[in-house]
Design a protein around this ligand. Structure first.
Ligand SMILES: [Zn+2]
Length: 388
């Protein structure tokens, strides 16, 4: 389901909404890292739930958010050092990260094995633990996220979503088919979250990182910890380099150079929206990859990228073959929805990356060549500031 409103909301109310989110991070109670994980899951689900006209979703599925949290923790539960897994909850507590680490150890899962692949090898064990994670997410962080302060003085302010249950709900009920797991977004919240996701995500990650550093006393190298917790797992991407380069006929996706060194690049930058599925991956020469970093690619690139995944294109067939052969996950329509969400909420004039050292301001009307059903009304108004 989606919100009828489309495009960026009133700027001032987005700022007020963002301030409230910051206050939540500053004053809420964070014993474990569950709320951080839930917040990132919500940001991802909102971006990925963008409709064909660019409108944000009106509700999110609690079970889906739980599965996203499971995926986030799956990577974070691998060993950080020879001492093992990083603690994210109080000492002695068997929290979700601990349980995932335990299962990984018991099954002997290699460190960099993506969740999707591990799931094919151990479907029963992973499904069972995922169900447990889903129940915990629905019963605790979903209910407690919008609580400011702690203890008797805590104030619940449901400014993001409403749910029809409280923390007394039993784990068994959560899994019954008739349990309504909807987080109904408060009017405007979906649009605010979409508009702010690029700003809020790094703040949540930063707070999460500090939480983990505190829980694991001693000197923690923050850059290393950041890459461990939130970075993309580049080593797992190497197997895709040659097949993707063949699809690109040996050329850099961006500058068409015929010489590497080649690197697999997340077209939609990982730091804005961590999507490791095949349609978001292209091959670029190192120069382009280093220069592009967290920028969104220019519309000309977006056009070619989008055409590559179009269901009727020969390249989409080739991608399907690669996904089959390498057992790599692919959800083209979800990746496309993420692209709509990210681009549609950029104000006119946002600098997009063209090539090494070259940027160009976004002209939102050009986005309709890629997303023909996009509603640009509000987006066009958002551009007035830039043109002034
Ligand atoms: Zn290049």
């Amino acid at each position: 389901m989606r919100d009828g409103r489309s495009g960026p909301p009133e700027e001032s109310s987005s700022i007020a909404f963002g301030e409230k989110l910051l206050a939540l991070l500053g004053t809420g109670s964070f014993t474990t890292s569950y709320k951080y994980a839930l917040l990132l899951a919500i940001l991802d689900a909102v971006v990925e739930g963008t409709g064909p006209d660019g409108s944000p979703p009106v509700s999110l599925s609690g079970r889906e958010l739980g599965r996203r949290v499971f995926a986030l923790y799956w990577r974070q539960a691998r060993p950080y050092t020879e001492h093992g897994t990083l603690r994210q909850g109080p000492a002695g507590q068997r929290d979700l990260v601990f349980k995932i680490a335990e299962l990984r150890g018991r099954l002997g899962v290699p460190e960099h094995l993506p969740l999707e692949v591990a799931r094919r090898q151990h479907p029963e064990e992973l499904d069972q633990l995922e169900r447990e994670v889903v129940a915990v997410v629905i019963r605790y962080p979903v209910v407690l996220l919008q609580r400011f302060g702690s203890g008797a003085a805590a104030i619940d302010d449901r400014f993001i979503y409403e749910v029809a249950w409280d923390d007394a709900v039993s784990p068994g009920r959560v899994h019954r088919p008739n349990f309504d797991d909807s987080l109904v977004l408060v009017h405007g919240a979906g649009a605010h979250l979409s508009a702010l996701s690029g700003l809020v995500r790094p703040v949540v990650e930063r707070e999460w990182l500090r939480h983990v550093a505190r829980r694991n006393e001693g000197d923690v190298d923050e850059l290393r910890l950041e890459a461990f917790l939130f970075g993309s797992d580049r080593s797992s991407l190497t197997s895709l380099r040659e097949p993707l380069l063949r699809i690109q006929r040996g050329h850099c996706f961006y500058c068409q150079a015929e010489r590497g060194p080649w690197e697999v690049d997340h077209f939609l930058p990982w730091s804005r929206w961590p999507d490791n599925r095949l349609d978001n991956l292209v091959v670029a020469d190192r120069g382009c990859n280093n220069d592009k970093r967290a920028a969104l690619p220019a519309v000309q690139h977006l056009n070619r990228w989008s055409a590559r995944s179009a269901p009727t294109s020969s390249t989409s067939q080739q991608l399907a073959t690669v996904a089959d052969q390498l057992q790599w996950p692919r959800r083209a329509e979800r990746t496309a929805a993420g692209a709509r969400g990210l681009y549609h909420h950029q104000p006119a004039g946002t600098m997009l990356w063209v090539g090494r050292g070259v940027v160009e301001p976004l002209d939102p009307t050009r986005l309709t060549s890629v997303f023909p059903n996009l509603d640009l009304d509000v987006a066009a108004e958002g551009g007035s500031d830039y043109k002034r």
